[in-house]
Design a protein around this ligand. Structure first.
Ligand SMILES: NC(=O)c1ccc[n+]([C@@H]2O[C@H](COP(=O)([O-])OP(=O)(O)OC[C@H]3O[C@@H](n4cnc5c(N)ncnc54)[C@H](OP(=O)(O)O)[C@@H]3O)[C@@H](O)[C@H]2O)c1
Length: 361
């Protein structure tokens, strides 16, 4: 019998005697369950440690940077509970900052503020970036009510839907919003230094391009699984931050490396409200490869508080990484300036209702 032969071989390899008895008994009374258990434990441990690595490799020493943010003020756009914006706000709030979340409905604002514990250090403002008027009203209200603005986290965004809406919500609306908050950012930089503007971009920017002819309905190389409209908006965010960095450094009192830094980052693949529903059999895979929103928000934290990160950087996994875009356009200063002019043109088009008659102006 094969199993007896195997048992004898195993027993002799183990040195006979007791080992022989053990091997025979194992093979005679449940070799299959034993092998299954060992395999199960091995694969289970491998998967567990793989996930720990996937989730944990974010926490390199730079990402563990701690700081006392008491007295600092952060505005985080798109602060719905369950998303990266909320997770980032929670981290900054725990570090002592006062946080203001922008949300689209009062119910989402109340929920987020309650989850942060309420009190004076947490509030919300209603802003819908699909509306130029809403972005302007929200920014003006914030500029009026906040005495300073240390961290502006441009996180709100969508990954699917109408291409014009995606360009508006992910780039044009946040661009106008940032413009209106720039005087407060500059004022804070002059008075206190170390201001940060952080755009939550994506690896989807890598193969994307900006359609300068018609960014509302872009064609051209794709931005990965989510298409060029998404990739275009995420690429635009990086170029926006780089041009903004250049422009802000030109302000009197804002030169040098540390007065004000504009950065973009990717959170990696994180489980949020944006994650599409997957069939049940794929859930374990999702559990393995996806990060929690809190882990995804670690590069946002790094972009806000790391003392050494250079302005204009693109962060991935809490490391400064090269940004890409078709033909490396994210790295071309003349392309940043062209993108800036395009955003100004699009903001004017949206505000005047020239482009889209849906939700904006
Ligand atoms: N999750 C990922 O794997 C991943 C990967 C790369 C990059 N990102 C980026 O991370 C950012 C946050 O996404 P998330 O994954 O945390 O998704 P999420 O949970 O859906 O959060 C997106 C936030 O943006 C808000 N938002 C959407 N459209 C808006 C509009 N027109 N005006 C104002 N706010 C709007 C949403 O508000 P509502 O709740 O009202 O819809 C929500 O608060 C996005 O920019 C996304 O592109 C995510």
């Amino acid at each position: 019998m094969a199993s007896t032969g195997l048992a004898k071989g195993l027993a002799s390899a183990l040195g006979g005697g007791t080992a022989s008895a053990l091997a025979c008994s194992a093979l005679g009374f449940g070799i299959a369950p034993t092998i299954f258990s060992v395999l199960f434990a091995t694969v289970g441990s491998f998967l567990y440690y793989a996930r720990v690595w996937i989730q944990g490799y974010y926490f390199d020493k730079r990402c563990r940077v701690d700081a006392d943010l008491t007295g600092k003020i952060a505005v985080v756009t798109g602060g719905t509970v369950g998303g990266l914006g909320y997770a980032a706000a929670e981290i900054l709030h725990k570090m002592g900052a006062t946080v203001v979340l922008t949300v689209r409905t009062a119910a989402k604002g109340e929920e987020a503020v309650a989850k942060l514990g309420g009190g004076e250090r947490a509030s919300y403002e209603l802003v819908d970036f699909l509306s130029s008027a809403s972005a302007a009203t929200g920014a003006k209200a914030l500029a009026k009510k906040l005495g300073r603005l240390d961290y502006l986290v441009l996180n709100a965004g969508v990954a699917k839907g109408d291409t014009a809406e995606m360009w508006m919500a992910n780039q044009v609306g946040p661009f106008s919003f940032t413009e209106l908050l720039t005087p407060l950012l500059v004022q804070t930089a002059k008075a206190h230094g170390d201001v940060r503007v952080v755009a939550v971009s994506s690896g989807a920017h890598k193969r994307a391009s900006i359609d300068f002819e018609d960014p509302w309905a872009p064609t051209g190389p794709d931005g990965g699984m989510l298409g060029n409209a998404y990739g275009q908006s995420k690429l635009a965010q990086i170029m926006h931050m780089r041009e903004l960095q250049k422009r802000l450094r030109a302000y009197k009192g804002c030169g040098g490396e540390t007065a004000i830094r504009c950065l973009a980052m990717t959170p990696g693949f994180a489980l949020t409200n944006l994650t599409p529903a997957v069939p049940a059999p794929l859930l374990p895979l999702l559990w393995l490869i996806a990060r929690s929103s809190r882990v995804g928000a670690q590069p946002i934290k790094m972009a806000c508080v790391d003392p050494d990160v250079p302005g204009g950087s693109y962060l991935s996994n809490c490391y400064v990484k090269p940004a890409e875009g078709k033909d490396g356009c994210a790295n071309e200063p003349e392309q940043w300036a062209k993108l800036w002019a395009l955003c100004e043109k699009c903001a004017a088009e949206a505000a005047s209702g020239l482009i889209y008659t849906g939700k904006f102006p």
